[in-house]
Design a protein around this ligand. Structure first.
Ligand code: OOB
Length: 523
């Protein structure tokens, strides 16, 4: 099982020659930022502030703290933190040590974290203590039962200070720097290995495309560990430009709007349902949002109507972002005409992002027609972490990643997302692999078969409906089904929104379950 499927040497050489891969590690990068932007404020969390010099120093001390604990370069450390200032010293500290953060979301529970910790042989698990009335210590105890490698649970609310600074190289630039979680379409979440070289390229290029400067003030409204928030251009892009990162504990207008006013925030990133919530809340809010220059929206398809309302209602520019944790990120550009900003999901970061749009049989579709999006390039992975069998299906033999998205491309290179072929539900930007939830439903002794499909939702875009066939004479209520899935330790967003009991599933011509007909409500 390979940790990293490398790019073929000829591609790696080309990416180095083009200046994309610079041989710099995150630790080198952070030293550079501390030297360049020393006393400028890097991170704000409530009353706490870190300058660039302080952030680099805190990262070194955190690295020392983990080293004292026995965490070694190359070890995996599961990080489950909300939008708190400590996130950056922890992650940058692990980078400095050369240990690999494994990023998870605060909403993940025993099923996800247990699997991730076990699959990566993680040695430590970083938690926020209690957050939003949920005690992560209890979760940690159950994770330990399934992940025997886990030696340490680290609660950042207890403070990680008092250590000697660790000064190391933080690995090599071609090594895996961290693991990111895939949205997935199969039974268990897949892990994405990103290297220093490839990720830092996407960070630098994103900062440039988004025209970030030392004056940029970025509000972290979405979960900080998501790829969008982290690098598109996100927290890392803003730090790269010497700007300021402001942590918002929640994306709710009641929390985020006063922070925008107080910190004179210039940009932020949202998923479509939150963008719509902000559009509704802004006109009657007393908060002064006039500092906002740019709103990025991505993670799921933004409707053209909502897109058209951003500039008039929020008084800032819109940028659509169509990205994926596996790599490829597309942005609409500042100088794009309004029709492209409103009606497309942008074009790729890199001139070396290769885009193929193909039929079911992998043949190129005629220009401008809808097909499956395949991609490879200088920051798109060539394989998931320790998933050789899955990789054979998820990548073509010549290394293109099968995104599972259905798109068409305009002559300008901009992509329009028209749908999805993968068996995944995009619940307002939160991705749900149907098979993962189906497997949990099938674990119930009264359930004979289960199928999870998307149903349209005016706010979230999609919600989930579980169609369930019960065993003979079994009885279950909707509430019991949902409670059962919850009891399996799944993140709340994966618990079926609707449950329908049926006698049989509609079938396709070849006898497979027809999810298309289930989505139509069995009509
Ligand atoms: C982002 O990353 P993931 O890994 O959570 O999800 C990737 C998938 C894409 O394959 C696509 O199905 C969907 O999310 N998606 C969009 C979209 N942005 C992502 N579908 C339609 N329109 C969009 N604008 O979601 C992500 C990563 C980096 C930057 C932005 C988003």
């Amino acid at each position: 099982m390979s940790d990293l499927t490398p790019w073929p040497p000829s591609f790696a050489a080309r990416y180095r020659e083009a200046g994309y891969w610079r041989g710099e590690t995150f630790s080198d990068w952070l030293h550079g930022l501390a030297a360049r932007f020393a006393d400028r404020v890097a991170v704000v969390d409530g009353d706490r502030r870190w300058s660039y010099a302080e952030l680099s120093e805190a990262a070194s001390r955190t690295a020392g703290w983990f080293a004292d604990l026995g965490v070694e370069p190359g070890d995996r450390v599961v990080v489950q933190l909300p939008n708190v200032g400590d996130y950056l010293p922890v992650v940058l500290g692990l980078f400095r040590l050369g240990a690999l953060p494994v990023f998870t979301l605060p909403s993940h529970r025993r099923a996800e974290i247990g699997h991730i910790a076990a699959a990566t042989d993680a040695v430590a698990y970083v938690i926020p203590g209690v957050w939003e009335r949920f005690d992560y210590h209890g979760l940690a105890a159950s994770v330990r039962e399934v992940a025997p490698s886990l030696r340490h649970v680290v609660d950042v609310s207890q403070g990680l200070s008092g250590s000697k600074a660790f000064e190391g190289t933080g690995g090599s630039a071609g090594d895996v720097a961290f693991l990111q979680l895939s949205g997935g379409s199969t039974g268990l979440p897949k892990l994405i290995p990103r290297t220093h070289d490839d990720y830092l390229y996407s960070v630098r290029a994103s900062a440039e495309i988004c025209r970030l400067t030392t004056e940029t003030v970025y509000l972290v409204a979405l979960p900080v560990a998501h790829n969008f928030t982290m690098s598109s251009p996100g927290v890392l892009g803003v730090l790269h430009a010497g700007g300021r990162v402001v942590m918002s504990p929640s994306p709710a207008p009641s929390v985020a709007f006063p922070l925008i006013e107080a910190e004179r925030v210039t940009m932020t990133a949202l998923v479509p349902p939150l963008a719509m919530l902000w559009l509704d809340a802004a006109p009657s809010s007393p908060a002064d949002l006039s500092s906002l220059e740019l709103l990025q929206v991505g993670g799921a398809r933004l409707s053209d109507e909502a897109a058209a309302r951003v500039a008039p209602v929020l008084g800032c520019a819109l940028q659509q972002v169509f990205g994926m944790a596996e790599g490829l990120v597309n942005y609409t550009r500042h100088d794009d005409p309004p029709s492209l900003v409103v009606g497309t999901q942008g074009r790729p970061i890199s001139p070396d992002d290769e885009i193929r749009i193909v039929s079911d049989a992998d043949a190129a579709v005629p220009e401008g027609e809808v097909g499956h999006l395949l991609t490879r390039g200088p920051y798109t992975i060539r394989g998931y972490y320790r998933a050789d069998a899955h990789n054979r299906a998820a990548f073509t033999t010549d290394g293109f990643y099968r995104t599972g998205d259905l798109v068409r491309q305009l002559p300008s290179g901009h992509l329009v997302v028209e749908g999805r072929a993968k068996d995944q539900i995009n619940r307002g930007g939160e991705k749900i692999a149907a098979e993962e939830v189906e497997n949990h439903l099938l674990a119930h002794p009264s359930v004979l078969d289960a199928s999870l499909v998307a149903v349209p939702d005016p706010v979230l875009g999609e919600r989930t409906c579980a169609y369930v066939i019960l065993r003979d004479s079994a009885t279950l209520t909707v509430g019991e089904v949902r409670a059962f899935v919850r009891s399996r330790g799944l993140a709340a967003y994966k618990i079926p929104d609707k449950v329908e009991f049926v006698a049989a599933f509609p079938q396709t011509a070849v006898g497979k379950v027809s999810k298309a007909r289930l989505r139509e409500g069995l009509s």
